[in-house]
Design a binder for this molecule. Structure first.
Ligand SMILES: *[C@@H]1O[C@H](CO)[C@@H](O)[C@H](O)[C@H]1NC(C)=O
Ligand SMILES: *[C@@H]1O[C@H](CO)[C@@H](O)[C@H](O)[C@H]1NC(C)=O
Ligand SMILES: *[C@@H]1O[C@H](CO)[C@@H](O)[C@H](O)[C@H]1NC(C)=O
Length: 340
């Protein structure tokens, strides 16, 4: 099957059963919206990927170790972490970019105006705080407590200015808080550079400055676009954006010129639903994206949010809804489950 993926076959000619078996970033590649950043502590996001997924550091001697997949395209070899971290504690020091663009995420540097102790880096996540099962194998998610964050300011291939992009992540819909558990495109200087300088998936509550909301009590999937976390066209309460709190939740935000969307799903079952698909908010057209990447904090390093991340990617180009349907099907196929 992997050989099929190298061919540039018109999408319509690929049997759905084959594409469902392709990993998420192979699917985006088929859709001509390739991943330019691919991050996961639980699995390879390409069928051919056999490089490191993430790096851990243990407390007792500060030694580091890369955690790899079980084989090409497979889930993480969590047993190597368990052996390395036995009798001590481990932190996740790096989440590698599987896309080949070198967009690895490391400990987030201080924001100039926000963040933990001025001048200090954000915290690193415990390597063992979010154990789960994926495809029948044990793996660990990335547990973001408040003040924890990862970032890459020097990127390649990521959308800038008004260029189109897509993003998805699988997260724990029962772990959330305030501002800002973000994943996506942010400022390159760790500062708030104004409206439209970010385009990220936000997951959490309506807490803080210029944070929107949706139907019910939350949490909601929203888009942090800088100086505004949007659940729809206008900042505020958009009732089309439902409370979503599946234990494993798929969250999508994508944007192109004067057009963007929010989508979500239960990552264990069923398909995606579109919660917003329309024009940009006033003052956000054109966008002024800067192309740095953040995970767990805001673009200016606002670090009061929390959540748990399992996998995610950013694309070059605006993914079609039907490509995302295959991405969701592949996620469901991975059979994410809790472990006791
Ligand atoms: C590990 O590194 C930290 C930070 O550099 C340092 O404070 C600590 O003493 C080191 N621990 C060991 C066991 O070397
Ligand atoms: C899922 O498990 C099956 C059966 O063990 C295995 O053949 C397959 O390669 C696994 N897939 C991944 C992505 O690890
Ligand atoms: C948003 O509005 C809906 C009604 O449309 C309401 O049920 C909900 O409580 C509101 N949420 C917030 C956070 O104001």
């Amino acid at each position: 099957m992997p050989s099929v993926f190298g061919l540039s076959v018109a999408l319509g000619l690929i049997a759905p059963s084959i594409i469902v078996e392709a990993a998420t970033c192979d699917i985006y590649g088929y859709g001509k919206t390739p991943c330019v950043a691919a991050h996961s502590t639980t699995r390879a996001l390409y069928d051919a990927y056999n490089g490191p997924l993430y790096q851990v550091r243990r407390a007792y001697d500060n030694a580091t170790k890369d955690i790899n997949p079980l084989g090409p395209g497979r889930t993480a070899n969590a047993a190597t972490q368990d052996t390395f971290c036995a009798y001590t504690t481990c932190l996740i020091t790096q989440i590698y970019d599987q896309s080949g663009h070198g967009n690895h995420l490391t400990q987030a540097p201080p924001g100039k105006t926000r963040g933990p102790a001025a001048g200090g880096y954000d915290s690193l996540a415990s390597a063992t705080a979010a154990p789960i099962s994926v495809n029948g194998s044990k793996a660990y998610g990335l547990y973001i407590a408040p003040q924890t964050g990862y970032r890459q300011d020097k990127t390649s291939g990521i959308a800038t200015y008004d260029q189109p992009e897509g993003m998805y992540e699988v997260l724990d819909g029962t772990h959330y808080g305030g501002c800002c558990f973000d994943y996506g495109n942010v400022e390159g200087n760790n500062m708030d550079n104004g409206a439209g300088h970010m385009e990220t998936i936000y997951f959490g509550l309506n807490e803080g400055y210029n944070v929107g909301s949706g139907a019910g009590q939350g949490p909601w999937i929203m888009a942090d676009l800088e100086n505004g976390i949007f659940s729809g066209k206008n900042l505020g309460n958009n009732s089309n954006d439902p409370t979503i709190n599946y234990r494993f939740t798929t969250a999508i935000v994508k944007g192109e010129s004067n057009h963007w969307a929010i989508r979500g799903a239960n990552a264990q079952f069923g398909g995606l639903t579109t919660f917003y698909d329309g024009v940009r908010p006033d003052g956000f057209n054109p966008m002024r994206k800067e192309g740095a990447i953040v995970l767990g904090v805001g673009g200016d390093n606002t670090d009061g949010g929390e959540g748990t991340f399992y996998e995610g990617a950013m694309t070059s180009g605006y993914p079609l809804d039907n490509i995302e349907a295959y991405v969701q099907a592949n996620i469901v196929n991975m059979n994410y489950k809790t472990v006791s």
